[in-house]
Design a protein around this ligand. Sequence first.
Ligand code: PLP
Length: 252
Amino acid sequence: MTSVGYDNEQGQDSGGDPRTAELAHRLGLVRQRMESAVHVAGRTDSPRLIVVTKFHPAADVRRLVALGVTDVGENRDQEAAAKSAELTHVDVKWHFIGQLQSNKAKSVAKYASSVQSIDRVAVVDALAKAIAREKDATGRSDLDCFIQVSLDDDAGAHRGGANPSDVEVLAGKIESAEGLRLAGLMAVAPLGADPNAAFEKLAGISQALCAVHPAATGISAGMSQDLEAAVKFGATHLRIGSDILGSRPAVG
Ligand SMILES: *Cc1c(COP(=O)(O)O)cnc(C)c1O
């Protein structure tokens, strides 16, 4: 957790807007944490930073892009559709990271460059259909697909995701669908558990997936609280929200 009080060293980027200065400061701290985690892990590659902007306005996405952010994450279609529509001319990739209802696939296909929360065959089918339609209409590129896998040991699975034993069926489905690209796996560390153990388990599931699907090397893991553990166990994508944007307003 970062403290709220800070010295603004990135003032030159803020154009005098205090919110931009705050975002610049917090973004800088997260980038430093990433850099040092990469160093500690002895990695030569750096994970991609997806800034999770859910509950925060489109104006913040615009500020983040001005600060060099290239990827943002959203977990609700209604909110993401509205923001991306407001920012059609802003060069940023939208990643869908929330529970997806099949009937929202058509909407998501209009703006998402990846869906990271694929957890069942019905969603794959819906996305394949929606992307095919969107490709015909607009020539959009293929959708990057991450299978969300549950790392919970008990059947509770309250943080979502497919059972590890169902990953291969989903992977085969995605790979055989035109317009969908199997990118890899996504997971959220179980609440209250050691993120190191969780992400080590994820790395093992990823290894098994890559043995069959060599291009599916993506591992989307790591949030504000546990990015260091995720980097240690090979995350290629981090999804960081509150440590950059501040706490989310209590809505709905
Ligand atoms: C909200 C969310 C995040 C970001 O979490 P923070 O703790 O705010 O960094 C990452 N992944 C998913 C799936 C989320 O819903």
